[in-house]
Design a protein around this ligand. Structure first.
Ligand code: HEM
Length: 417
């Protein structure tokens, strides 16, 4: 849907293949600079418009009148796969596909459970799970082993934390972890039919499991997220179905898993390359740690292209480019966070940096519900890592995982020198 006035990117320029290139993944700044200078709003070969400057990105995220989800029914009608595949259908019914009253209604169900007070209550659980993994890594390093911190810390930590928050017994967690991972593959742009079929299977198993879990908690409430959502739903003057509780639990699990894993891996690699800043962080108090974590999240933004549905409700001008009404519009958060118009030396890790807040957790109505929790996780892990594991070194330069959605590592192998 390009209109006649829409300038297009140069013939050979495809931002999506650029984003998937290993060199660009390793050193993205020159590529972000190129995008900002030559194609800040560009129609990609994936059929959607990609917006990458800070101010433009902020506008797309915050202007919910101009950039809206068409809603579940319209999504299903536009692409029949959303109606026929249970996993895709779950996506089109989820909070990420809703706007206005429907979005507020579903967000209210879980919002209370992610407020600062609740995050404070969860802190001892975060510390306990983190200590367990860090201790086990320390012992293995002392035994002369090489340890992949993605496999041993970044991935299992958030999985275990959310499973425990939801109230899943330890015996069921490994199986459910596989199921959640199969489901998560779905949110990469343009999933293959194999990925969609595996996600369908995963969703149906997870749905059945969680419906049973909800029935169990309704009969025997516990101190966990599932029981809290049931209580909120029952106390509310608005009505909530079990299906909406299931959807909320799945979205929390899916949204809080690979995102945090990516942030932890990115954080550890940044920390290993920044000894002076790490010393300052350890010597300083809460504020120092907070700045350190915020800057890591700006510099190495874990979610590159966030998944909420945003369609232009009118022809919208961005400088010389007009995005036609009805277009699918996506933003590149990782590039917005490194826009030279907003940040000096944007590719440098500088925790003392002042200025505008990074867009790592999005903005507007879809602002990450788990941002406070994610920061608490990352702060705890990076402090524990710096205290107990920082003498380990990278065995080799880690490779980035090829993904449009996440900026993350495949393996991060460390060993004692
Ligand atoms: C460093 C880790 C995390 C990052 C970088 C991150 C990033 C994001 C982003 C960018 C969005 C907005 C999507 C959009 O605008 O299209 C989002 C939404 C969301 N996130 Fe996070 N997230 C993280 C961790 C978590 C955690 C730990 C949870 C919960 C356990 C969580 C739950 C959610 C939920 C429920 C939404 C949907 C909110 C809505 O649509 O109203 N996230 N996250």
């Amino acid at each position: 849907m390009v209109d006649a006035t829409t300038p297009t990117a140069p013939e050979d320029f495809d931002p999506l293949s650029m984003l998937l290139d290993q060199n660009a993944l390793r050193e993205p700044q020159p590529h972000y600079d190129l995008l900002h200078a030559t194609a800040p709003v560009v129609r990609t070969q994936g059929g959607f418009y990609l917006v990458s400057r800070y101010d433009d990105t902020s506008r797309v995220l915050k202007d919910n009148a101009l950039f809206r989800s068409p809603g579940t029914e319209a999504i299903n009608a536009a692409d029949p796969r959303f109606a026929s595949h249970p996993a895709l259908n779950m996506v089109s019914r989820s909070i990420l596909a809703l706007d206005g009253k429907d979005h507020t209604h579903l967000r209210k169900l879980s919002a209370r459970e992610f407020m600062p007070r609740r995050v404070f209550d969860i802190q001892p659980t975060i510390e306990r799970i983190c200590t367990k993994h860090v201790d086990s890594i320390r012992i293995r390093l002392c035994d002369g082993e090489t340890v992949d911190v993605m496999e041993e810390l970044a991935v299992p930590f958030p999985l275990e934390l959310i499973a425990e928050m939801i109230g899943i017994p330890s015996s069921d967690r490994p199986y459910l972890a596989t199921v959640v991972r199969a489901l998560l593959k779905l949110i990469e742009p343009d999933p293959t039919i194999e990925v969609v079929s595996a996600a369908d299977h995963a969703f149906l198993e997870l749905e059945e499991y969680l419906l049973r879990h909800i029935r169990d908690r309704r009969a025997r409430p516990q101190d966990d997220l599932t029981s809290a959502l049931i209580a909120t739903a029952e106390a509310s003057s608005e009505s909530y179905s079990d299906d909406q509780i299931v959807l909320s639990l799945i979205v929390v699990w899916a949204a809080g898993f690979d995102t945090s894993a990516a942030a932890i891996g990115n954080g550890i690699v940044t920390l290993l390359g920044s000894p002076n800043e790490t010393d300052a962080m350890l010597a300083g108090g809460q504020n120092e740690s907070r700045r350190f974590v915020d800057e890591i999240l700006r510099l190495e933004c874990p979610v590159q292209i966030p998944p909420a549905f945003r369609y232009a409700t009118a022809d919208i001008e961005f400088g010389e480019v007009t995005i036609p009404a009805g277009s699918d519009v996506r933003v590149l958060l990782s590039a917005a966070n490194r826009d030279r118009a907003v940040y000096d030396n944007p590719d440098v890790f500088c925790p003392e940096r002042l200025g505008r807040p990074a867009l790592t957790f999005s903005a507007g109505i879809h602002y990450c519900l788990g941002a406070g929790l994610a920061k608490a996780e990352l702060t705890t892990i990076l402090r524990q890592y710096a205290l107990h594991l920082r003498h380990a070194v990278l065995v080799k330069e880690p490779d980035r995982r090829t993904s449009l959605l996440f900026r993350t590592y495949g393996e991060v192998n460390i060993a004692l020198e």
